[in-house]
Design a protein around this ligand. Structure first.
Ligand SMILES: [Fe+2]
Length: 246
């Protein structure tokens, strides 16, 4: 299946390579209008997104809790704040997507988070995986990046990677982990990775501004990646959790 990822920068998306996709995935800091454009143009079976730190502007009543799922704000887009969705239940696609919203800062969740919120989300995911409620996660999306030992060292406090989410990456090892927030044009550093741990591989990918992934949901493998700019994928061998330090 073809999955179109979009994040942070609202660009025209060429239809030269793909004029349709199966799923649209937003990694945050995108307006309802832009997501509406992407969904109308590429007519996916399902669209899903997390929220970024700039998205509070689309929620005029700051005292109302932000709802997950389908809302009146992002019409036709399923919002994930700290949960997951099995697409078989909605559109019959063999794909489970988990998402965690927000950027690292002291503002209110789901537009911002602190590590204790990330830890709580990771514990919930691990618990549900252990008891078999979650069978698999194919795609994990977050606005901020997961921590990968030795990388994201050039990031400032606000753009730092999340240590609990890095641990969740090692635990779940989803074939795809897409994130945004760290704009590639702001500085030179590695932003996309193929992490390897034992026989499993995860593509950890900065999705700004957009990219198409060809995903084999039966084999749970990425077959191809098409982006606006060439994406340099750094290979990282993950080490067991107990040996890791930030
Ligand atoms: Fe952001």
């Amino acid at each position: 299946m073809i999955i179109l990822f979009v994040s942070d920068e609202e660009r025209f998306i060429s239809k030269k390579r793909y004029d349709r996709c199966d799923v649209v995935v937003g990694c945050g800091d995108l307006s309802p209008g832009f997501l509406d454009y992407v969904v109308s143009e590429f007519r996916p079976h399902f669209a899903v997104s997390v929220l970024g730190n700039h998205d509070h502007r689309y929620f005029p009543d700051s005292h109302e809790p932000v709802k997950r799922g389908f809302t009146d704000i992002y019409k036709g887009v399923y919002l994930l704040t700290k949960d997951y969705v099995d697409l078989r239940k909605w559109v019959g696609l063999n794909l489970t997507i988990a998402g965690f919203s927000g950027a690292y800062s002291h503002g209110p969740f789901p537009f911002h988070y602190q590590e204790k919120e990330a830890r709580a989300f990771c514990s919930k995911m691990k618990r549900e995986k252990t008891i078999g409620k979650i069978k698999k996660i194919d795609v994990m999306i977050s606005h901020s990046p997961p921590h990968i030992p030795g990388y994201f060292r050039n990031s400032d406090y606000f753009h730092r990677s999340s240590v609990p989410m890095g641990r969740l990456l090692s635990y779940l090892q989803p074939p795809i982990w897409a994130y945004g927030h760290v704009h590639p044009r702001y500085g030179r550093q590695e932003l996309s990775f193929e992490t390897r741990f034992l026989s499993r591989r995860s593509l950890v990918m900065n999705a700004i501004p957009y990219c198409f992934l060809d995903y084999d949901e039966k084999k749970r493998e990425v077959n191809g990646l098409v982006s606006l700019h060439p994406i340099l994928v750094q290979t990282v061998h993950m080490i067991p959790l107990k040996e890791r330090s930030r």
